[in-house]
Design a protein around this ligand. Structure first.
Ligand SMILES: Nc1nc2c(ncn2[C@@H]2O[C@H](COP(=O)(O)OP(=O)(O)O)[C@@H](O)[C@H]2O)c(=O)[nH]1
Ligand SMILES: [Mg+2]
Length: 348
């Protein structure tokens, strides 16, 4: 899963990036060259994987991973570079960093609602350009009436300045337009970068409403504080979180919000070779989820043997789970649930 961090210059993208990854990319108001990208991989903390690994002592323990891409580039305080919009198309989800702390390099007070609105306008226009061209062509050559009808709906929404996301397209419709990589269809997460003193305050209700209207969620955090802590030696961090009353690293909250937004659930596999978390789309049937592990397992799928992670940890083995009826045998229509430990039987 690749999440692009975007926003206007000085909103704190690189600071958020460092906070989430623990890396040390350059921050400051110097203005990174447009298109400059910082890449960082973060493993998704998951106590279920930890407990399964404790049970099996596997050769390998693998967590789910999120790749963060900090995309620099604003041509002014209200506009993004073309290269930024193009980079955004390659992402699975977009995270906009909204500046809500008073920036000493800027005369204007922080205005996160305006930043949200400005980025929405730009992405709506970028999508509109694509749809207009495509609709024109389809109207002329009449080659695909079904697609035309869908694109006309999308066109209307964009003309009303509504993101494609707000149309609530079903899986089939999403598939039809997946090739266009609409920016306003990508899941959007909003980081509200607040001043250190405001971490505990509830965000402005109007901004929460605006985030919901954009089909998004707001994650408030103080990037500077989180970055400073993330860059400390691991053994010192917990103490600072406690001292500051932060509870847990912002990264944990952020990743949970991202999973929810992307509608991902975690399937687990466990054994002496490897204990591992696999992010799968919510609603995936067993063979599709199995295909994440290997396409052969999807192709030759016979059945899934499923235990709940906590039953397995409690009872200590699949055999014991089977004895007390806590191991289920599921077929190809089974929808994998968050926290299922799956063992697939297949034949190729
Ligand atoms: N006081 C304060 N300063 C911050 C915060 N987040 C970022 N900054 C500062 O704002 C400046 C711009 O941040 P940066 O991450 O480089 O912004 P970018 O242009 O969006 O990548 C840097 O000097 C940061 O130290 C914050 O939460 N509080
Ligand atoms: Mg930066």
């Amino acid at each position: 899963m690749k999440i692009g961090l975007v926003g206007f210059p000085g909103s704190g993208k690189t600071t958020v990036f460092n906070a989430l990854t623990g890396l040390d990319a350059d921050t400051g108001y110097g203005g990174a060259k447009p298109g400059t990208k910082n890449l960082g991989v973060v493993r998704v903390p998951d106590t279920r994987v930890d407990q399964l690994a404790e049970l099996y002592s596997p050769k390998k323990t693998t967590y789910a991973e999120v790749v963060f891409c900090d995309i620099a580039g604003g041509t002014g305080s209200r506009e993004l570079d073309r290269s930024v919009l193009n980079s955004m198309r390659e992402m699975d989800a977009i995270c906009q960093v909204l500046c809500a702390f008073d920036n000493p390099a800027s005369a204007d007070p922080a205005d996160p609602a305006r930043e949200l609105n400005d980025l929405q306008t730009e992405t709506v226009l970028a999508d509109l350009e694509i749809v207009e061209r495509r609709v024109d062509r389809l109207r002329k050559d009449r080659s695909d009436p079904q697609l035309l009808k869908l694109l006309e709906r999308i066109l209307e929404s964009l003309e009303n300045e509504q993101p494609v996301r707000s149309l609530g397209l079903d899986a089939n419709e999403r598939k039809l337009v997946s090739g266009y990589q609409f920016l306003t269809l990508k899941p959007l997460l909003l980081v509200l970068n607040v001043a250190e003193a405001a971490v505990a305050e509830a965000p402005d209700p109007a901004l929460i409403t605006a985030a919901e209207a954009a089909g998004s969620r707001l994650v408030p955090l103080s990037a500077q504080v989180e970055m400073d802590i993330a860059q400390m030696p691991a053994e010192d961090r917990a103490e600072f979180y406690e001292e500051l009353g932060l509870g847990e690293p912002a990264g944990h909250r952020f990743v949970r919000a991202a999973f929810e937004l992307l509608q991902l659930v975690t399937m687990l596999t466990a054994g002496p070779d490897e204990c591992r978390a696999w992010p799968v789309r919510a609603g995936s049937k067993a063979p599709v989820a199995a295909g994440k592990i290997h396409s052969d397992i999807e192709r030759g799928f016979i059945r899934a043997e499923v235990t709940r992670w906590n039953d397995l940890v409690e009872l200590g083995s699949e055999a014991k789970c089977r004895d007390v009826g806590k191991l289920r045998v599921e077929g190809r229509d089974y929808i994998v649930q968050d926290g299922d430990v799956c063992h697939f039987r297949f034949n190729v």
